[in-house]
Write a protein that binds this ligand. Structure first.
Ligand SMILES: [Zn+2]
Length: 145
């Protein structure tokens, strides 16, 4: 066993809710499925956040939780007593990186997903790695215990 250094919190944009493609119950079902898969590898997500809004669809068009706004990160910090300046925001889009910077986190872009296409959009001093595993290794190597 190892000592846990971090909470792992997921924050996603789920504008399909505002667009009527699926409901929030479907998001919960997906989170449950992911949690079960991760548990099989002895991994766990500590909290899940999502933005169900869209600027042009649904009832709320000007939320502060849709990345690049930092609302989800600020909510997670408030609900879990997180020091954002000691936290990392890992993402695959420039909006993820901007949300992390806006919240005071250290940003890290992964090249998987959209990451390779968004690499040129982020500041040159943003750490970029190939995979989520490489991100975890980088964070552990660059964190004071
Ligand atoms: Zn939102």
């Amino acid at each position: 066993m190892y000592k846990r250094l971090f909470l792992l919190i997921v924050g996603t944009i789920q504008s399909g809710v505002a667009r009527g493609y699926y409901g929030e119950a479907d998001i919960m079902a997906l989170h449950g499925w992911m949690a079960a898969r991760l548990a099989g590898d002895d991994a766990r997500i500590d909290a899940w956040y999502y933005c169900p809004h869209h600027p042009e669809h649904g009832e709320i068009s000007d939320c502060d939780c849709r990345k690049p706004f930092p609302g989800m990160l600020l909510q997670a910090a408030a609900e879990h007593a997180i020091d954002l300046t000691s936290s990392w925001m890992v993402g695959d889009k420039d909006a993820d990186i901007e949300a992390g910077i806006a919240a005071g986190c250290r940003p890290l872009l992964v090249r998987t997903g959209y990451g390779a296409r968004h690499e040129a959009k982020v500041a040159q001093d943003v750490v970029v790695v190939d995979t989520l595993l490489a991100a975890a290794e980088y964070i552990l190597a660059n964190t004071q215990p």
